[in-house]
Design a protein around this ligand. Structure first.
Ligand SMILES: [Zn+2]
Length: 454
């Protein structure tokens, strides 16, 4: 290890209590995007925190919640962009929290609060890493920029437009994404892409009011049946999505993707046990086929259904309305607007013009080249910190607003951070392990140091 890295690590270890305190300060500020609770206040607080740590910062308007933009000058030519978010998920159900969600609490080697991992811990991780590198060098070895948004937890509806509008201001050479962390065995994870999403509300209304099922059962159209029949046309029993043209733009995984998947440990038995499954769809047993299907197949998932009476006992009612929420996870190069259009055409062709659909959220899929030098640098620096190689996932099943960063700003994106599988992200008792915070800061600092130096 070179002298600078020793100095950086020493600075991180000496200041961990300071950063924990700053994390407590940030977590004490509510910032629930779904309820528009504390959003403006948090944007101001994050701006203040960036300034206190030597960065220029401003609150920028978007078509939704404000975005915090920050920048700092370095001695090198290159620019590193940090994408993060200051908003959090609602803390409910409150009675399942062992300590107040907006009051950071330390128990044993863990810190608890809403947003402590997702994503306020990562904001602090980046600030701590940058400060340590700057202290060790006397200056930053590269320029840095921050885009810290307030709508990630509601699907980042305005991020693509924001990036497009401000692409010159946001120009950079590489990007560190908002998350990262280790698995159950302490192996750091690298996610090199995300699926897209198309989240749709289906609604049917067949009458102006519910009716007695004895009165209408034989002669009234039934909203619940209309909806069920419409949904039934979307997918067949062997999981094939039946919307014409749905698979047109699907790119199969490359040989390189398959080789990366093949190296990943087979989690099929563990996942099956955790979720109490009898088996996987399509008779999947595990192995490469299971890994490939889990992330490289687009999906059509019924997330929720609602109609009629579901209370105790019986109520002989014929429902006038029915709704469903359905998400499609898309793989490269599928596009949400295209899928939405094809879905409408399909429903009309199947005789379901009466089934209304509304696009509630969407984002395009994006993948990073596993052989990009920035990815290589991130993987190599991780070994020094974690004592083992990162596990590289060519794409993950989830979604995020990475598309405009990859395809408008042309950035390679990597993950690095402090998450771990029992972090209860989005759930009660969200937490991080203090040691993971330290490791995340050290890894982030090494990425900055080497990116600036090379
Ligand atoms: Zn989240």
């Amino acid at each position: 290890m070179n002298d600078t890295l020793t100095k950086i690590d020493q600075h991180i270890e000496d200041h961990v209590e300071h950063w924990i305190e700053q994390l407590g300060r940030l977590c004490a500020q509510r910032s629930i995007s779904a309820q528009h609770d504390g959003i403006e206040e948090t944007a101001v607080l994050v701006t203040e925190m960036l300034r206190e740590n030597g960065f220029a910062a401003e609150v920028m308007p978007s078509n939704g919640h404000p975005v915090v933009y920050g920048e700092g000058e370095g001695t090198g030519e290159k620019t590193l962009l940090f994408y993060l978010h200051y908003d959090v998920q609602p803390p409910e159900p409150l009675d399942l929290w062992n300590s107040p969600p907006f009051e950071m609490t330390r128990r044993d080697d863990k810190l608890y609060a809403r947003g402590i991992s997702d994503d306020k811990g990562h904001i602090i991780c980046r600030l701590a890493a940058l400060t340590a590198v700057r202290e060790a060098y006397g200056s930053l070895p590269c320029n840095v920029k921050f885009v810290i948004e307030g709508e990630e937890e509601i699907g980042s509806p305005n991020m693509p437009q924001f990036v497009e509008k401000h692409q010159e201001k946001l120009a950079a050479d590489a990007c560190i994404w908002e998350f990262g962390g280790v698995d159950y065995d302490g192996t750091p994870q690298q996610a090199l892409g995300m699926r897209g999403i198309c989240y749709i509300q289906f609604s049917v209304q067949t009458a102006s009011q519910d009716a007695h099922s004895g009165l209408g059962g034989s002669i009234f159209p039934n909203a619940a049946w209309r909806l069920v029949w419409a949904l039934n046309t979307l997918k067949d029993a062997d999981e094939t999505i039946l919307i014409p043209g749905f698979y047109d733009d699907v790119l199969p995984p490359s040989e390189r993707d398959l080789a990366l998947l093949d190296k990943l440990p087979d989690q099929s038995a563990r996942v099956k046990e955790t979720y109490g499954l009898d088996g996987y769809v399509g008779g999947l047993e595990g192995g490469l086929e299971w890994k490939k299907t889990a992330v490289f197949e687009p999906t059509c998932t019924i997330c929720g259904l609602d109609s009629g009476y579901q209370g105790e006992g019986t109520k002989t009612v014929l429902p006038a309305t029915a709704t469903a929420k359905v998400d499609f996870r898309m793989v490269p190069d599928q596009r949400p607007d295209d899928i939405f259009k094809k879905l409408r055409t399909h429903l009309d062709a199947q005789g379901f013009a009466d089934v209304a659909i509304e696009l509630l959220a969407n984002g395009r899929p994006a993948k990073i080249d596993p052989d990009d030098p920035f990815v290589k640098l991130t993987l190599e620096t991780a070994v020094d910190v974690y004592g083992k190689e990162m596990m590289v996932q060519p794409i993950i099943g989830g979604s995020g607003p990475s598309y405009p960063f990859v395809h408008i700003l042309n950035l390679p994106i990597v993950s690095a951070g402090l998450g771990y599988p029992d972090g209860q992200v989005h759930a009660p008792n969200e937490n991080i392990r203090i040691n993971d915070l330290l490791l995340g800061i050290k890894h982030t600092a090494r990425i900055i140091e080497r990116f600036g130096r090379e």
